[in-house]
Design a protein around this ligand. Structure first.
Ligand SMILES: Cc1cc2nc3c(=O)[nH]c(=O)nc-3n(C[C@H](O)[C@H](O)[C@H](O)COP(=O)(O)OP(=O)(O)OC[C@H]3O[C@@H](n4cnc5c(N)ncnc54)[C@H](O)[C@@H]3O)c2cc1C
Length: 439
C-alpha cells in the first residue's frame, strides 16, 4: 500500500470547521489531509461579517446555541472558549474591534482570519487538496475515500462539508446524505439566522420602507418560552431583516405568529408625552387596563382590538365633532373668559399660568384666577408654543412671567413666577423646556 496516501485523519471540507479541526489535529501530531471540492478554501469565511468576519463573541455561552443535544455545547465551549480563539488572533497580530454586545470584528478583512487558519494548518503540516470530487466514501475498519481516480486511506474521517445554505459558496447536502448512508441519525433541517421574505401584499408596503432600521422587540408567540429578542430591525425590498429578525428566525416555524413591538422601551403614553402640543388621540389597543390612564392623557376615545366597526365609526364621529378642541389654530389675541357671573376679555399675553383641575382649568392673570370648562390638554393645543410651556401634568406657564429658575431634584427645575408662586418642572418636561429654549 502507498503509505503517502495513508493519513491519521481525513477532513472533507476546507471551511471554518474543517480548517479549525485540521490545525488542531495537525498541531497535535496527526497526519492530516483536507479534501475540498471548490477551488479555494474558506469562501464563506471571506463573506462573513460583511467582509470583516465577526470571528467571536466575548459573551458566548452554551445558552446561545440551539441543539438537540445542549450538553455538547456546554462541554465544547468549556474546553475552547472565545478567549482561546482571541489568543490565536492576537498571536497573528490581527487588528480587531468590539462592535456591540461583545461582537469582535476584524479591522481590515475576513481574509486575515482565513490566512490565520491556513498558516496554523501549515504549522501543523496539514495537506490541503482543492478541486477534489469525492466519488466514494467507504467506512470499514479504516476509511477509504475515492476521489478523481485516487484513493486516500485514514483512521478517522471528519465531515465538515457545511450546511445547505448558499450553494455558490460550497453549501451542499453532501454531509447529510453521507451521514444517512452511514446509518447516522439525521434530524430534520430548517433555515436559521435568515431574513423574512414576503410574497404577499406586505411586500409592497415593506419595500417602500426599504433601508429603514429601527429598534424593536420581536416575539414568537407559539415558541415554548415565548422566545423574544430586542435589537435593530431592517426593512428590505423583500421583507424584514437585521439582527433581531435573523435571531428570531431560528425559532419561527411555518404558521407561527411574529409579534413585533415597534416601541420596545416605551409605550404610546411616553410618545404622547414627548409631543408638544399633545394631540387628542383615539387609543387602539388589545388591553383594557390602560383606559383610565388614556383618558387622563387626552384620549378622545379608547378602542379595544379586535376593533368593532360600530365603535370605530362612533369614535370617528366623536373626533369629527371636536373641531374646536382638535383645531390646532393658535390664539395670540384676546380671549373671552367667563366664570359664573364674571366675564373678562383677556389678552393671552397677560396670562401667567394655567392650572389643571380635571376637566376644568384655572387661569391666572392680573389679580384674577377664574375657572373654565376646558381641560389643560385642550388649552395646550391652542397656545403659542414658543411662549407657553407645559411644565408638569397640571401646569402650563407663560415663560415671560418666570422670575427665577433653579435646578431641582434629579434633572428637574423649579420655577418662581412673578407672583412668587413656585412651580416644579418634571424631569421629562425640563428636558423639553431646555431643548426649546437653548441656543
Ligand atoms: C453572509 C454570511 C455572513 C456570515 N457572517 C458570519 C460572521 O460574521 N461570523 C460567524 O461566526 N459566522 C458567520 N456566518 C456563518 C459562517 O460563515 C458559517 O457558519 C461557517 O462558515 C460555516 O463553516 P463550515 O465549515 O461549517 O461550512 P462551510 O463554510 O460551508 O464549509 C464547507 C466546505 O465544504 C466544502 N464541501 C462541500 N461539499 C463537499 C464535498 N462533497 N467534498 C469536499 N468538500 C466539500 C465546501 O466547498 C466548503 O468549502 C455567515 C454566513 C453568511 C452566509
Amino acid at each position: 500500500m502507498n503509505q503517502n496516501n495513508h493519513y491519521d485523519v481525513i477532513i472533507l471540507g476546507a471551511g471554518a470547521a474543517g480548517l479549525m479541526c485540521a490545525l488542531i489535529a495537525g498541531q497535535g501530531g496527526k497526519r492530516v489531509l483536507v479534501l475540498e471540492k471548490s477551488n479555494k478554501p474558506g469562501k464563506k469565511i471571506l463573506m462573513s461579517g460583511g467582509g470583516r468576519c465577526n470571528f467571536t463573541n466575548l459573551n458566548t455561552s452554551h445558552d446561545n446555541f440551539l441543539s438537540a443535544n445542549p450538553h455538547f455545547c456546554k462541554s465544547a465551549l468549556s474546553r475552547f472558549t472565545p478567549w482561546h480563539f482571541l489568543d490565536l488572533v492576537n498571536k497573528h497580530h490581527i487588528p480587531y474591534h468590539e462592535k456591540e454586545l461583545g461582537q469582535l470584528f476584524c479591522d481590515h478583512s475576513s481574509k486575515d482570519i482565513l490566512n490565520m487558519l491556513l498558516d496554523e494548518c501549515a504549522e501543523g503540516g496539514v495537506e490541503i487538496k482543492l478541486n477534489v470530487t469525492v466519488a466514494d466514501v467507504d467506512v470499514q475498519q479504516q476509511v477509504t475515500i475515492t476521489a478523481d481516480g485516487d484513493q486516500y486511506i485514514s483512521n478517522a474521517l471528519v465531515m465538515a462539508t457545511g450546511g445547505l445554505s448558499i450553494p455558490k459558496m460550497g453549501g451542499s447536502g453532501f454531509g447529510y446524505e453521507l451521514a444517512e448512508q452511514l446509518g447516522l441519525n439525521v434530524l430534520p433541517r430548517r433555515a436559521g439566522l435568515v431574513p423574512f421574505v414576503f410574497t404577499d401584499q406586505h411586500k409592497k408596503l415593506l419595500a417602500s420602507l426599504s433601508g429603514v432600521s429601527i429598534p424593536v422587540a420581536v416575539t414568537v408567540k407559539e415558541s415554548s418560552n415565548k422566545q423574544s429578542f430586542k435589537h435593530q430591525m431592517l426593512f428590505t425590498h423583500r421583507g424584514l431583516s437585521g439582527p433581531v429578525m435573523l435571531q428570531i428566525s431560528s425559532y419561527w416555524q411555518q404558521g407561527n405568529h411574529l409579534q413585533i413591538d415597534l416601541l420596545p422601551d416605551s409605550d404610546g403614553f411616553d410618545l404622547l408625552n414627548q409631543l408638544n402640543p399633545c394631540p387628542q388621540v383615539i387609543f387602539t389597543t388589545a388591553y383594557d387596563e390602560y383606559a383610565i390612564k388614556a383618558f387622563e392623557q387626552n384620549a378622545l376615545d379608547y378602542l379595544l382590538k379586535p376593533i368593532n366597526e360600530k365603535r370605530f365609526n362612533q369614535a370617528l364621529e366623536k373626533a369629527l365633532q371636536q373641531p374646536q378642541s382638535v383645531n390646532n389654530s393658535i390664539i395670540d389675541h384676546k380671549i373671552f373668559v367667563k366664570d359664573n357671573d364674571q366675564c373678562w376679555l383677556v389678552d393671552i399675553q397677560k396670562i401667567r399660568y394655567f392650572v389643571s383641575h380635571g376637566n376644568y382649568t384655572q387661569l391666572f392673570f392680573d389679580e384674577h384666577h377664574p375657572m373654565v370648562y376646558r381641560s389643560l390638554n385642550q388649552i395646550e393645543q391652542r397656545l403659542p408654543v414658543n411662549q407657553f410651556f407645559r411644565v408638569n401634568r397640571s401646569h402650563i406657564i407663560n415663560i415671560n412671567f418666570v422670575k427665577h429658575i433653579e435646578a431641582y431634584g434629579q434633572s428637574g427645575l423649579l420655577l418662581t413666577m412673578d407672583d412668587d408662586t413656585e412651580i416644579d418642572v418634571s424631569r421629562r418636561h425640563a428636558s423639553h423646556l431646555k431643548q426649546a429654549l437653548s441656543l
